[in-house]
Design a protein around this ligand. Structure first.
Ligand SMILES: *Cc1c(COP(=O)(O)O)cnc(C)c1O
Length: 228
């Protein structure tokens, strides 16, 4: 299948999932995950109607950002180390993977130096797996309270990666839990007014993500095929 056909199919499946859940597909943003994809293919994807790209590794993101920063909006979705924040803060429209107050404060510092506000999401370890990044669900309220007071960053919502499974239905309870967490946080009034984004769902489970309330889905393989 051509890249344009893959993009078309992903959009169709996304719209189908939105419809099943009684949602407006316009509320959901596809982040095209471009790790392992060269600049030429990324340009093709942009031409095929994708306007937001996501990178998960700083070293790989930097050269692509410098060439394509005008061609698309960029998100950073991978684990971010404090010493790499300087390469990312202010260069991307959203960082999905803020998993500690320490990291948030480093982003704040860089953003303030550059005179910008960096949009961020709080990464939640929704399954509580030992090897996963993110704050535990029980810590979320406390972290949100702290992060809203940090200058130079704007907390827009949360991101989570459930345990991998071939069966997308296995992701559903985790996605649902993240949505419920957001709703709880909003209800308690501790979050900023536009705390609404839920970044959840990848190639294998994005339709379930959308059914459970995702506002951002991060899709690589279903668009670009299997990469090395
Ligand atoms: C690679 C990656 C994705 C995309 O995964 P696919 O299965 O290729 O769609 C999404 N989110 C993160 C954080 C990733 O690293």
């Amino acid at each position: 299948m051509s890249l344009a056909a893959c993009v078309y199919e992903v959009k169709e499946r996304m719209a189908g999932a939105a419809k099943r859940a009684g949602r407006d597909p316009g509320e959901i943003t596809i982040v095209a995950v471009t790790k392992g994809v060269d600049v030429g293919r990324i340009r093709e994807a942009i031409a095929a109607g994708l306007s937001i790209c996501g990178e998960s590794r700083v070293q790989e993101a930097m050269p692509k950002l410098s060439v394509l920063h005008h061609a698309a909006s960029w998100h950073f979705i991978g684990h971010l180390q404090k010493n790499k924040v300087k390469y990312i803060a202010g260069k991307v429209d959203l960082i999905h993977s803020v998993d500690s107050i320490d990291l948030c404060e480093e982003i704040s510092l860089r953003a303030q130096k550059r005179g910008i506000i960096q949009n961020i999401l709080l990464e939640v370890n929704i399954s509580g797996e030992e090897e996963k990044f993110g704050v535990l669900p029980s810590e979320v309220a406390d972290r949100v309270k702290t992060m809203v007071r940090i200058k130079g960053v704007s907390l827009k919502g949360m991101m989570a990666i459930p345990p991998f499974s071939e069966d997308p239905e296995q992701s559903r309870p985790y996605f649902r839990r993240l949505r419920e967490l957001r709703d709880e946080i909003v209800r308690t009034g501790i979050s900023p007014p536009d705390f609404r984004e839920l970044s959840m769902g990848m190639s294998n489970d994005f339709e379930v993500g959308v059914e459970e309330g995702a506002t951002l889905v991060r899709i690589g393989t279903a668009i670009f095929g299997q990469r090395g």
